[in-house]
Design a binder for this molecule. Sequence first.
Ligand code: PYC
Length: 413
Amino acid sequence: MPFRLLRFALNRRYPEPRMFAAPERLKDEYDVVIIGGGGHGLAAAHYLANEHGITNVCVLEKGYIGGGGTGRNTAIVRSNYLTPEGVAFYDRSVELFSDLSRALKFNLFYTERGHFTLAHSQSSLRTMRWRAEVNRHLGVDSEVVDPAFIRNACPEIDLECGHQSRIHGALYHPPGAIARHDAVAWAFARGAGRRGVEIHQQTPVTGIQIEDGRVAGVHTTKGFVRTRKVLSAVAGWTTHITKMVGLRTPLVVHPLQACVTEPLKPWLDHIIVSASLHLYVSQSTRGELVMGASLDPAELISHRSTLDFAEGLAGHLLDLFPCLGEVKIMRQWAGLSDITPDFSPIMGRTPIEGFYIDAGWGTWGFKATPVSGWTMAHTIARHEDHELIRPFSLSRFGRYDLVGEKGAASVGH
Ligand code: PYC
């Protein structure tokens, strides 16, 4: 290595900038232990420290931060949901997201693109009208638009979809946005770390100690730590953690695959979603088309990619955008979707004193990142479910008080 480079490597005056401190050892005790160093866990740590002054917090991550669902989604942010509970919750997330680069002093490449959910039949247009009504009633910008509007916004779309499935209209949601997903995890990690929160990567949790019905500590591969409050924010791995405390949830886990094309010159401004064609696509700030399709059909905890997925997606993409015939798929991957019977999350306190849950994200975990951290931090600090998440309590399944959100899915199930 040339000396002019080596002198920087060896010189302590030029330390490599670190996003957050990485202490070698765990302390004996923390006020709060957060299991899961994805966006949700890190956001909860950030808001605990920055809004509630609770800084004796540690985040335990079995791999690397943002390596689970946070780094495996298609980075879409929107609030055009179907239920009033869902709309209010995701609207707060959009509000937090739109100011997050400034608040965290980190460029998250958050860009409003406008989000089209295409309707390929009169009956799906009826659902779009229903969503638009609920959205507007709650102050969320959404409207049903006709094919001419879609053509004007995105002339490359074949409105006949290769004569397979004609487009009748769409739900248009101007605030729909994309962001750089890994940056969201790093920014929350840095925000939490600056207040003294410890982030321990490569530290799997092996057990949770319960004494007299309440949390007493956490066992990890690096030893035992005492704590009275534990947040599980591990998405697809939730059932693994809830088993440790003897809690039953109605979650099922399916892989959700995604892929990106080679980078192209910017041409697609909007986010285009078609649940009937099993397709959602946007163009990232790097020029890649970021795309996904349906959930894998079988329950499975696996990150494998399949040719079936790539073939199916490519066929539907070409029905919608015949101009992309020559474009190559560059990378493909999978994440885990933890899905509830009503397609709404499970959040808040649980019957085990001191054990809090943030799960059931299905196919919308990324867009909830700031609001989940913000509401869970409130819930943990005050030991009282934040009002935005009260409808999402685990106990709703016992009461059969469900929040049916399937109609707002972008992803075929
Ligand atoms: O809900 O917008 C969405 C979405 C897109 C991909 C996965 N979920």
